[in-house]
Design a protein around this ligand. Sequence first.
Ligand SMILES: *[C@@H]1O[C@H](CO)[C@@H](O)[C@H](O)[C@H]1NC(C)=O
Length: 115
Amino acid sequence: MKTFLACLLVLSVSVSMSNASCYFLPLNPVKRGDEIIGCYDMKGEPHEFNTHWKTKDCLECSCSNSGISCCTAYATPVNFDEEKCISIFNNTACAYEVVEKADHSKTCEVHEWVG
Ligand SMILES: *[C@@H]1O[C@H](CO)[C@@H](O)[C@H](O)[C@H]1NC(C)=O
């Protein structure tokens, strides 16, 4: 029984760790002459191959010769008192803050984050 529970724990931890949400954009090539040197992002801005950048909406993106991949750079709180508390995304800090519904100046304890 103990072994079974330990396996379950390992399984649930590895599931939550692979939970970062990512998306992929096929290559929209930036050319210099005949040579492809990078990717255009969704705003039409050029990025050279093998560069990384952060977007205003808190994504980490990188450009490779197959395209752009972007992942969320923040963790999402999943295990907290949802009756009493609410999670608010802070765009300046690129992080969720979990506060009491009745009083946003009071932070709540979060037992688990994913992402
Ligand atoms: C968001 O985070 C910044 C930097 O940590 C902080 O100064 C600001 O007060 C926060 N905003 C809200 C709405 O909590």
